[in-house]
Design a protein around this ligand. Sequence first.
Ligand code: PFF
Length: 456
Amino acid sequence: MEQADTRGSFSGKMGFIMAAAGSAVGLGNLWRFPYLAEQYGGGIFLLTYVVLVIIFGIMLMITELAIGRRTGKSCIDAFIEMSSKYKVIGWLAALVPIIIVPYYCVVGGWVTKYFVNYAFDSGVDLAVPGFFDDFKAASLPGIFDSPVTWFLIFAFLTVAVVVFGVEKGIEKISKILMPALFVLLIGLCVYMLTLDGFVDGVADYIVPDLGEFSMNTVLGALGQLFYSLSLAMGIMITYGSYMKKNVDIEKAALSISLTDMMVAFFCGFLIVPAIAVFSTQAISSGPGLMFETMPLVFDSMSGQGVIVGAAFFLLAMFAAWTSSISLTETVVSLFKDHLKWKRTLACLVAAVLIVGVGMLSCLGYGPLAGITILDKEFLDFFDFITNSVLMPIVAMATCFVVGHVVTTKFVEEEVEISSKFRSKKLYGVMIQWVCPVLIFIILVMGLLDGFGIYSI
Ligand code: PFF
């Protein structure tokens, strides 16, 4: 286990990239990206997404990694060091993983349950209409049909890795889970290609329909890349603080973003045509897609459906696991840096927090369904407040502090320690002006959507 008095670090470039890509590749790739791609014109959405990740996402990723590596601290102390006047931004960023990780573990628990059912049972129950609603409402009898059991198992799996520290826990597991995830994803895509009618569905997914391009395509892609790249929640600052000084930050940001984008692309490749071919249901976003539509798809595949279902949910479980590890590590590093706690104590408190707050989300569709905030159940409320409110505010404020308070030199100098900063000129303009404006638009759109005033 990591020494209490050391911060720990990733052993090298590969370990760092695997862990950071593991954070980025998460449920967002599986249940959000395919839906958006289908909604916003297939190929044209993909194209827009690629362009925006390259000109926008990577800039923000470089910023967060450089802040982390330069200060050697997690987000609260990093902002205090940058400008104590704006330390509130660090606190807001810290709130994001604290709010997200409990509900992420609830969803991770649902995924684990579905994997176990396919792997060790026939999985047929999962495709019965109403199963998912009953399961998440905790109204099924039996301990292994309770979402609480699976939530606790998933939370335990997450904290059990984080307690071993950066190199021995997070890096080690990411180096196993990420390659396994790639193999599963490629295997599933190849298998799907052998099915009748699948290729026609792929064409619909890939071929751009220029007529479907609109402002909404851009907004949808922007919102997604934020979420998907794990930005504005202190994660990349924390992971950057564990990065060695000889790692090329610009290249690392590019590798992480490209990996995340490729995985998202192949998840869509797998899901969008499969739903078109095997299901009569329209594609939906979020839990409905993974826990209702996909089981119907596997059910209609006859014999092999169980194996494909098990592989699919194992892939989802690995993706969720590495992401929840990164969210938890961010919380633990905040406790370690700011409160000077040892890792074990920090992990223990994080576990109590995850279980306590997560229980609200876990029971929010059943016993606690009567309690809603802004007309949303706990899980949806936590998701809204972080993704639509806090994250855009944190990202905008980060651009402001880097662009106009400490100036972009703060980041540029750090990048240049290990390599030439190839996109330096573009970087300044983007962080000072373009990124904040785009993020402001996302914030307004997210709020309008959340309050039911206007939806893209
Ligand atoms: N980037 C990960 C995903 O796409 O699932 C992790 C994550 C992002 C978790 C945003 C939660 C969140 F709100």
